[in-house]
Design a protein around this ligand. Structure first.
Ligand SMILES: [Zn+2]
Length: 283
């Protein structure tokens, strides 16, 4: 990556470090706009020193707006001139942790000068977490507001409807949480069970019986749900890494079953009669 420093004297121009460090031009290399930001503008060159803006120059030189602009626009003042620039940069410095990070490590924010927040996502998360801890009462009150609850439920409903992966992941997460009785320790389902949601989906689809699809996954008369061939209650799960947990949640122990049959089966051993489709099901 080629870095060009358009402003040859950062000290005298009051450029923030974040701004100055991020100059890099390498057009055509970064095709994804998220990885690269192009900024166009005009800077001022006065006596061989570049200033980021007219304001900068005014402040640094103690000159008025009119004088700076008029001189830069006039041919008579050859040491004052506007210089158009076009820079592309791929990373910037986080104002919180001070590290140089790729642009994608920053959340987008329209009101910010370059379209990205000044602090990186990681720092933002830490800040959010701390704020929530410090304002636990407030957060709790807010979350319990009926309109907030309703909005959250609506979002979840929409996502469940549009994405089987989301739905099954959430259901599994809740179920795994239940079988671990809170000992999940913040780990992701996928990390615990050793397969991805996509693999689970492929596995279940391979066992679909007539009439099953992701449109009728759920609880209800003509819906199917995730069944543990050997019931969860038969396992002695003590932690999220014990063999019993892994056996319980192994792909081989999971199958799609019509919800009514799943309830009939309960914690009894598997029997072909539980595969019979619900009465009256038409598709
Ligand atoms: Zn940071």
């Amino acid at each position: 990556m080629l870095t060009i420093e358009i402003f040859n004297s950062p000290d005298s121009t009051n450029l923030s470090i974040a701004w100055f460090d991020c100059f890099a031009v390498d057009e055509g290399l970064f095709l994804n706009y998220k990885d690269m930001k192009i900024q166009k503008g005009k800077c001022l060159e006065i006596d061989g020193i570049f200033y980021q803006s007219i304001k900068c120059a005014m402040r640094e030189l103690g000159q008025g707006y009119k004088r700076v602009v008029e001189r830069a626009a006039s041919d008579e003042w050859s040491d004052y001139r506007f210089v158009p620039f076009r820079v592309a940069y791929t990373e910037k410095r986080c104002t919180k942790c001070g590290e140089m990070k790729l642009l994608r490590e920053f959340s987008e924010q329209d009101v910010c000068r370059d379209g990205f927040k000044t602090e990186c996502k990681e720092c933002g998360k830490k800040y959010d977490k701390k704020w929530k801890q410090d304002n636990a009462e407030h957060v709790k009150k807010y979350r319990n507001l009926p309109e907030v609850k309703e909005r959250e439920n609506e979002t979840r409903r929409e996502r469940r409807k549009s994405s089987p992966a989301y739905k099954i992941n959430r259901n599994m997460s809740r179920s795994i949480w239940g079988s671990l009785k809170g000992k999940k320790n913040g780990a992701h389902c996928e990390d615990l069970v050793g397969y991805t949601v996509e693999e689970l989906i492929v596995h279940l689809e391979s066992l679909f019986t007539e009439g099953m699809s992701w449109d009728n996954y759920g609880k209800g008369k003509y819906k199917w749900s995730l069944d543990h061939i050997i019931a969860k209650s038969k396992f002695n799960i003590t932690s999220n890494t014990c063999q019993e947990f892994l056996d319980c949640w192994a792909l081989d122990n999971l199958q799609p079953l019509w919800h009514v049959r799943n309830r009939e089966k309960g914690n009894k051993p598997m029997h072909p009669k539980y595969l019979i489709k619900p009465e009256g099901l038409v598709y």
